[in-house]
Design a protein around this ligand. Structure first.
Ligand SMILES: Cc1cc2nc3c(=O)[nH]c(=O)nc-3n(C[C@H](O)[C@H](O)[C@H](O)COP(=O)(O)OP(=O)(O)OC[C@H]3O[C@@H](n4cnc5c(N)ncnc54)[C@H](O)[C@@H]3O)c2cc1C
Length: 361
């Protein structure tokens, strides 16, 4: 046996509880588990699962996953490839980070260096390797704006490939990694291009208001990062072990986008039902569609903040987050997800799409 395969087998553990590795704190054991810190170890793990015909699942920080109560009956690989390299060229700073790097630490480091492009993505848990999967975004900024390329192991061909930003087929909270090529690529490194001029992106109305209220007319990158963190903390959208409302996967549903004529119909429908007293929250998009607030739809469908379903419920600070209040199960999470989606469909005719991935169920 080759030394890397031997080393991989030595690093394998059996029946490892997955719940502690997730921000939701839910899920049964992995039949086999390994933490891989090099590309060679990753390739050895993939080979091992192939030879044994064992299903494979790869993950990073566990902040966007609901593992089944029964766990996963295959090999779970946690991608912990580290390392950050930076270089300057005529267009700015090029940052390449290992998939296992902590996202929030990378953001903090880039903001401290006065490199712009990540500042609004402060406070998001998880690792670098997951940022392209759903084109992580917040407060008016998205991964796709700065991502230059992705290095990945292509499980279809067995080789390491480099994908450009356009190869990734990014959309709002989606990419080819979440759609037509789900489970095909294991991301090993991500390269981003940042601007060295330090100008922050202040596009999101709530962020603009927060900064204006504090008299910050020309905010620095650090001002914007701190503002984003403060706004997120008010919604329990920054992980805080002492706050049960942050024991979540963040937003549980993607904000739905609909065509403008569908939006006009929806507005009329809501106005009829509320005798004109409708304050529907919606944002026009550049492609002519309209983005609706999933949190607004959920609350108006009768599921308020702090709603309980067994040992899980909605956050007391944000109706869009489903939280584990302690001892919750994946089954309860799925039941509540279905209840919320059914209420919104019934009330507004809008289909809500969940944001996290569901594994083993
Ligand atoms: C409190 C809180 C706030 C959040 N706020 C936001 C937010 O503002 N915006 C936002 O977009 N998201 C948000 N999220 C969701 C989540 O943090 C992000 O989606 C994050 O990028 C997930 O990273 P992770 O490493 O934890 O991924 P995981 O949860 O481990 O995995 C998520 C998915 O990515 C895949 N994956 C992970 N690593 C790799 C890899 N190396 N190669 C291939 N596939 C991989 C997994 O298979 C899985 O399908 C929030 C979550 C929480 C708990």
């Amino acid at each position: 046996m080759l030394p890397t395969q031997q080393r991989f087998e030595q690093s394998l553990s059996e029946n490892v509880p997955l719940a502690p590795m997730t921000t939701l704190g839910i899920g049964g054991p992995a039949r086999y588990f390994a933490d891989v810190t090099t590309t060679d170890a990753l390739i050895a793990g993939v080979e091992w699962s192939r030879r044994r015909r064992t299903p494979l699942f790869v993950f990073g920080g566990g902040s966007n996953i609901v593992f089944a109560d029964e766990g996963f009956h295959g090999l779970v690989l946690q991608v912990s490839i580290r390392g950050v390299e930076t270089r300057f060229d005529e267009d700015g700073v090029v940052v390449t980070a290992g998939a296992g790097e902590d996202w929030e630490s990378l953001v903090a480091q880039c903001v401290a260096n006065n490199w712009s492009g990540f500042e609004c993505l402060s406070g998001i848990p998880g690792r670098v390797g997951a940022t392209p999967i759903q084109n992580v975004g917040a407060y008016g900024q998205e991964t796709s704006e700065t991502l230059k390329s992705v290095e990945a192991l292509d499980l279809a061909g067995g080789s390491l490939v480099t994908l450009s930003a356009s190869d990734c087929e990014f959309g709002y909270r989606t990419s080819r990694f979440k759609t037509r090529d789900r489970d095909r690529f294991v991301i090993t490194r991500v390269t981003y291009r940042l601007a060295a001029d330090g100008k922050p992106a202040v596009r999101y109305a709530e962020l603009q208001r927060y900064l204006a209220d504090r008299g910050l007319e020309t905010p620095t990158l650090t001002d914007v990062r701190e503002a984003v963190l403060a706004i997120r903390r008010r919604k329990a959208m920054v992980i805080d072990p002492s706050d049960v409302d942050s024991r979540s996967v963040g937003s549980f549903f993607v904000n739905p986008t609909i065509a403008i004529d569908e939006f006009e119909r929806l507005k009329r429908h809501i106005q009829e039902q509320t005798e004109g007293d409708a304050d529907i929250v919606a944002f026009p998009l550049s492609d002519g569609r309209v983005k609706l607030s999933a949190a607004w739809l959920i609350e108006r469908a009768g599921i308020k903040r702090g709603y309980s379903h067994g040992r899980v419920g909605t956050s007391t600070k944000h109706a869009l987050a489903i939280v584990n209040r302690g001892g919750g199960t994946a089954r309860e999470i799925v039941e509540l997800k279905e209840l919320i989606a059914a209420r919104v469909l019934d009330r507004f005719g809008i289909v809500l799409t969940p944001e996290p991935v569901f594994i083993g169920m």
